[in-house]
Design a protein around this ligand. Structure first.
Ligand SMILES: C[S@@+](CC[C@H](N)C(=O)[O-])C[C@H]1O[C@@H](n2cnc3c(N)ncnc32)[C@H](O)[C@@H]1O
Length: 410
């Protein structure tokens, strides 16, 4: 039997009786997939691991607390033989053969009539890897092949476009703060499948260099906008490309809905009748402080954090921020787009009650190779920004959390 390769097949076990002999580690590993397949699972074993026992308690399997007995496999469609008693395994194997029940054996692959592949899933596809020859079984190799394929599909390094289900439209993808490893698995896969990518200045720009040559990459900052506003021109570009039947990714820095105008783009696409999916991203408001050793909350120090845009000054009539209220808070204040206005922001916070000694950290180009952290206080931040030439993009953290990490101020 071992001279021939195994014939791969997908068993549809829903509602069908399958028998597992032995309640140890092998059963524990195999049972979740059998449960997921909807099988009517009968475990025959005097003992079981606590995890297997929990599956029985939850009603996911039926546990017969006794050793294997002749006749157990008679009505089964499929059997997994995994007891520590070789003699019992041999008898069960013989019974399976007599009743033509496909049977996996954990102790003797050569005596088995079925092998369990190394499996993994990604976006609706199950990858199953089998050894070709039972005499040359190398489970670590099959698991490694499975991992390579599944991880490649998940992170987009292995490109397998969905031809049947792939529909043209737009994906608003949050790319994270800049480090290419900090985009989500889904975001990276959609990027790998895109025909057109419209990218912001912020976000994981290194990923753009990895895209196949046929992908059209458009810099959002360079879309000519003539009589339109820049945002309108971007919306139009998204709509036009999607209308041509292309798969368009709008790659944004951080999360699309955190000062990212994601909803405006979604609304414009909806008005144009274009399908749009939104993929969340890791926002710089939390990840950039973290990358610089600053937790936005810390037990006993800050029980809240507030993320606020500093793109207009506190006294600007367009400001929607209640700065006096923020000054009364004792937790962490995270200011985005605030480098230019930080002097007036700090002044306002102090004027409304926040201590001038409150620590401040400015983290420029966080998570990238150029990351830089500059420390100050509310009293000194205005002059520090100038003296240290802090430039956007930077996240500004205000509050006692700035001092809790091991970082020494630059
Ligand atoms: C238009 S907002 C977009 C925020 C983004 N949607 C997010 O969730 O991170 C741009 C601001 O985010 C902050 N920012 C984004 N990426 C950053 C990074 N890698 N380092 C420092 N600040 C960053 C800066 O304050 C920048 O001015």
């Amino acid at each position: 039997m071992a001279e021939h390769p195994a014939y791969p097949v997908g068993l549809r076990l829903a509602g069908r009786r399958i028998v597992v002999l032995g309640g140890g580690q092998v059963a524990q590993r195999r049972l979740p997939a059998l449960i997921a397949a909807g099988a009517d699972i009968h475990l025959v074993s005097p003992e079981a691991t606590p995890s297997v026992e929990a599956m029985a308690d939850a009603g996911e399997i039926t546990w017969h607390r006794r050793p294997y007995a002749e006749g157990d496999l008679a009505a089964a469609w499929y059997a997994l033989i995994a007891t520590s008693d070789t003699e019992a395994n041999n008898r069960a194997s013989a019974e399976a053969e007599a009743h033509r029940v496909w049977c996996v054996r954990s102790d003797d692959a050569d005596a088995a009539t079925a092998w369990t592949p190394a499996t993994g899933t990604s976006e609706g596809v199950t990858v199953a890897v089998l050894t070709t020859d039972a005499r040359d079984r190398d489970p670590r190799h099959t698991a490694a092949v499975r991992d390579a394929v599944v991880e490649g599909l998940r992170d987009g390094t292995l490109v397998a476009p969905h031809h049947r289900t792939r529909t043209p439209g737009v994906a608003l993808v949050g790319g994270g703060p800049g480090d290419p490893d900090l985009i989500t698995v889904r975001g990276r896969r959609l990027l790998a499948e895109a025909d057109v990518v419209i990218a912001d200045r912020l976000g994981p720009r290194d990923l753009l260099a990895e895209l196949p040559p046929h992908v059209e990459v458009i810099d959002a900052a360079k879309i000519p906008y003539g009589r339109f506003m820049a945002q309108e021109a971007i919306n139009n570009a998204l709509i036009e490309h999607a209308k041509q039947g292309k798969s368009v990714v709008r790659l944004k820095g951080g999360d699309p809905y955190v000062f990212g105008r994601g909803m405006e783009e979604l609304q414009a696409l909806a008005e144009a009748g274009i399908a749009c999916t939104v993929v969340p991203g890791i926002s710089s408001s939390i990840s950039v402080p973290g990358a610089a050793g600053i937790p936005v909350t810390h037990r006993g120090v800050a029980h809240e954090f507030t993320v606020v845009s500093g793109h207009v000054a506190p006294d600007d009539e367009r400001s929607l921020v209640d700065w006096p209220a923020l000054a009364r808070l004792t937790g962490t204040l995270v200011v985005l787009m605030g480098v230019d206005k930080i002097g007036r922001i700090a002044e306002t916070l102090v004027a409304h009650g926040r201590s001038p000694d409150t620590p401040v950290a400015l983290v420029q180009e966080g998570t990238t190779a150029a990351q830089r952290r500059v420390d100050a206080t509310l009293a000194t931040v205005a002059e520090t920004v100038v003296a240290q030439q802090v430039k956007p993009p930077a996240v500004i953290v205000i509050g006692e959390v700035v001092g809790v990490g091991p970082h020494e101020a630059a």
